[in-house]
Unconditional design. Structure first.
Length: 425
């Protein structure tokens, strides 16, 4: 937005700030949040505090630095209000779990480490954050963030002190951070209709089990080497000799990779599906849905442990779910795979639509980074990073409101969850 456009929506922005930042205790801090949001939205290549302050008539670099890096206002209630306000407006078809990276120089920015950097497509010095987004094909918004703290930070007392990492905050795997985020959102009265994620999460049997334990439906990508049994195969226990422990039932046939199983069905088994209208016309490809039972040592152990904890024993049966496979017309073999615990009668068209809906958060990240300066923060502290990310999320939410329904009412209730919510398994 240019300065004229920002001035045109100043009154709407003031109302938005009054609502979303109502938890911020001081009036002058709320005024600074309004100023910071305008700085993020005004056109400019760089969205560092210095650059933003220079573009605004009321911009004061020292005040904004203090507001973001030293102020003690809590960003969590602000994010909660953004989520409560935006979820009813968007009416999400799914929540998308993902992570985003921020390349960094040096080693003193909070949570920075040499790790895989998606922004660069290689190992590099960067920060990584896990995020959960409410998405439809027409709109999306981040609901909550978790900064990933690499394991090396657990024992680096000096860097933790300098970056103000809170006591008790330590390394947790990204899939655990995603589940933590879903749990926190549930305490806010927000429950996903279905969770979608890429193979970085979907490949992980613990993540899938964590969603299932929470009665959360999912459609998650997996790699081609994930192994499965056909759904009709049952475990068999060999005859007991009468001596020793009774043999446990198990699957006698070796599981197949999803790639081998899909290829064995042949191209003729795949059906053309159109899932949305793209900028160059209908988005379509060929898909096949199969009922399978995911195998693998970790998946089996998780099912066994859950059954024993619940019933005291396990019958050896692995849970049944849907494998969705894509085989584009121009490809020599299937290219993409997803696992879903949605009901068996879910139409293939719906599975495809949900599997493909993750494209929307790539749009989020482009706007958050390129237009709103998500990765332009130059501070080093834990507090500063979380304040900046919260303010960028607020700016993105405000712009999304203006695009979707400038005159629409938003939820006044502190909770959007019905008194007796239903969850899809």
């Amino acid at each position: 937005m240019d300065a004229h456009e920002v001035n045109r929506v100043r009154a709407k922005l003031a109302l938005f700030v009054a609502d979303v930042f109502a938890s911020v205790p001081r009036k002058d801090q709320r005024a600074k949040s309004d100023c910071y949001l305008r700085g993020l939205m005004v056109d400019g290549r760089r969205k560092s505090i210095q650059a933003m302050a220079s573009r605004l008539p009321d911009g004061n670099e020292q005040n904004l630095q203090q507001f973001v890096n030293q102020s003690t206002w809590d960003p969590v209630p602000v994010r909660r209000r953004i989520a409560e306000r935006m979820v009813p407006l968007i009416g999400p078809d799914a929540w998308a779990v993902d992570d985003v990276s921020f390349p960094k120089d040096g080693r003193m920015s909070v949570a920075v480490a040499h790790q895989y950097c998606g922004a660069l497509g290689k190992q590099a010095n960067c920060q990584v954050a896990v995020s959960v987004h409410a998405v439809t094909d027409t709109a999306s918004v981040p609901l909550q963030w978790r900064l990933f703290l690499p394991k090396e930070w657990d024992s680096d007392v000096d860097r933790r002190r300098r970056c103000q990492v809170p006591d008790g905050v330590g390394h947790r795997e990204k899939w655990r951070l995603a589940l933590d985020t879903l749990d926190e959102l549930a305490t806010w009265g927000l429950v996903p209709p279905v969770v979608v994620a890429d193979a970085g999460y979907g490949q992980n049997a613990d993540f899938r089990a964590g969603l299932a334990d929470r009665d959360i439906a999912y459609v998650v990508a997996v790699r081609s080497d994930v192994t499965v049994h056909p759904h009709h195969v049952a475990p068999v226990a060999p005859p007991w000799s009468g001596n020793g422990r009774r043999p446990q039932p198990r699957y006698r046939d070796k599981p197949s990779s999803v790639a081998d199983l899909a290829t064995s069905r042949g191209r003729q088994a795949f059906t053309e599906v159109t899932w949305r209208e793209g900028s160059r016309g209908p988005m379509r490809s060929h898909f096949l849905a199969l009922r399978v039972r995911p195998a693998g040592v970790r998946a089996r152990r998780l099912v066994q442990a859950a059954a024993i904890a619940r019933d005291g024993q396990w019958d050896g049966v692995l849970p049944e779910m849907t494998l969705l496979v894509e085989w584009p017309e121009e490809a020599e073999a299937p290219t993409d795979y997803w696992l879903s615990n949605l009901p068996a009668d879910t139409p293939v068209t719906e599975l495809v639509r949900l599997a493909k809906i993750r494209w929307r958060i790539e749009h989020d990240y482009r706007e958050l980074k390129h237009d709103l300066g998500l990765d332009h923060f130059e501070g080093r502290s834990w507090t500063g990073w979380h304040h900046h990310v919260t303010l960028v999320t607020a700016a993105h939410a405000f712009l999304t409101e203006q695009r979707l329904a400038p005159k629409a009412d938003t939820a006044d209730s502190p909770s959007t969850r019905p008194s007796t919510p239903s969850r899809t398994c």
